[in-house]
Design a protein around this ligand. Structure first.
Ligand code: NAP
Ligand code: MG
Length: 406
């Protein structure tokens, strides 16, 4: 078979620990035999981030802006313990946070569903994607523990020093609490554009929810800015694609999602998205089965698995133990990036390969070969075997060859 050509590169960001091992297996055994793989490589492993003073992360983010598509392996976000373990010069920031800030992007998370692992919510047939606004609200709030009786006020002073608004929050007669939070139109507009861009890219309806009936200025601003972006920039494209945008109250959407078949994107404010993404992940199956893509408002895409570097598996692997780790979300990240590259370049062969890569992993699991995490929760009658990592790769490769020659 002739290898599939790839004239334009994707940005490849290598990572740490067990996922770095899986990364190279996927690349060497599942991709390179079939594709003339063209990547611009950045080593985001913790030792290299330390050696480059984290410049490598910034360079990778800049490269995504140039090539529009990236794929990232899980990386260690250092804490005190990691500083000692790796003898770091500094407690470097989370690479994901650095890249997200550079691209001004929104993260979309969707579970991978298998027919033989039932979601807790039995009517879910298609994934539910959560888009979380990752700026502001309570994550950048100012809080005050009120010690006793007194008046709390909300005051705004404009840039010229003129007080333009003063409202009483509450007249306390005893102790209590207050909180001041904010958001910026620019950030909400970027969030909205990322959501509409992603919905068009995957061909799914977009739902957005807040509590604007109660929050008549704050949440109302989110609702109005989304509506404005939709009408002025996206409505025509949505209608041409047969897609819907709907706004509803968050409690209404929560109830509707539980009774839906899935297959929608649910855009949430920061705190709502924090809660709902973990709820959807847990209710869909297992944590390792979550995919994640960062989308910038101007249409750059960075794909990754939502899980971390699986440190405990790596420690056991280093001692020579045969591990059974789940590669599906990392494979899905590669498949997502290759497919997007194919779409942008009109490269049908690459798009087809990406679909086959994704499907090959799912098929092997649906035949009853599970990694350890799922072997424990699949339908008992569907279980055949729990292959260790290299055997799992061989099974997936065999299936991939079948799909490619079909
Ligand atoms: P984790 O690596 O996601 O692992 C947590 C647990 O989930 C594992 O112990 C394992 O459970 C299970 N698991 C996760 N992925 C799996 C897979 N592919 N196959 C099988 N089981 C899997 O999270 P963590 O232990 O909290 O964090 C480890 C490191 O990853 C940290 O240094 C953190 O900074 C980093 N991290 C990076 C990212 C990222 O780059 N996006 C995200 C999160 C965390 P069992 O032990 O029960 O098998
Ligand atoms: Mg959370």
């Amino acid at each position: 078979m002739e290898k599939i050509k790839m004239p334009n590169p994707i940005v490849e960001m290598d990572g740490d620990e067990m996922t770095r091992v899986l990364w190279s297996m996927i690349k060497e055994e599942l991709i390179k035999p079939f594709v003339d793989l063209n990547t611009e490589y950045y080593d985001l492993s913790l030792p290299n981030r330390d050696a480059t003073e984290d410049q490598v992360t910034i360079q990778a983010a800049e490269a995504i802006k140039r090539h529009h598509v990236g794929v990232k392996c899980a990386t260690i976000t250092p804490n005190l313990q990691r500083m000692e373990e790796y003898n770091l010069k500094q407690m470097w920031k989370s690479p994901n946070a650095t890249i997200r800030a550079a691209l001004d992007g929104t993260v979309f998370r969707a579970p991978i569903l298998l027919s033989n692992v039932q979601p807790v919510v039995s009517c879910w047939k298609k994934p539910i994607t959560i888009a979380r606004h990752a700026y502001g609200d309570i994550y950048k709030a100012v809080e005050y523990r009120v010690p006793g009786a007194g008046k709390a006020e909300l005051v705004f002073t404009d840039e010229n020093g003129n007080e333009t608004s003063r409202q009483t929050i509450f007249e306390f007669t005893g102790p209590g609490v207050i909180q001041g939070m904010h958001n910026r139109d620019a950030s909400i507009l970027s969030f909205a554009r990322s959501c509409f861009t992603y919905a068009l890219a995957v061909g799914q309806d977009l739902w957005f929810s807040t509590k604007d009936t109660i929050s008549k200025d704050y949440d109302q601003t989110f609702k109005l800015l989304f509506q404005k972006v939709y009408e002025e920039e996206f409505q025509a494209q949505f209608e041409a694609a047969g897609l819907n945008y709907r706004y509803a109250l968050i409690d209404d959407v929560a109830a509707k999602v539980i009774r839906s078949q899935g297959g929608i994107i649910w855009a949430c404010k920061n705190y709502d998205g924090d809660v709902m993404s973990d709820l959807i992940a847990a209710a869909s199956g297992s944590l390792p089965m979550m995919t994640s893509v960062l989308v910038s408002p101007d249409g750059n895409f960075e794909y990754e698995a939502a899980h971390g570097t699986i440190t405990d598996h790596y420690r056991r692997y280093q001692k020579g133990e045969a591990m059974s780790s789940n590669p599906l979300a990392t494979m899905a990240a590669w498949a997502g990036a290759l497919k997007k590259r194919g779409e942008l370049d009109g490269n049908e062969a690459l798009m087809r390969f990406a679909d086959c890569l994704n499907q090959a992993g799912i098929d092997v699991y649906e035949e009853g070969y599970f990694s350890e995490d799922l072997a424990m929760i699949c339908q008992p009658g569907d279980y055949k075997e729990m292959p260790e990592n290299s055997k799992m790769m061989a099974l997936i490769r065999a299936r991939l060859e079948e799909l490619l020659t079909a």
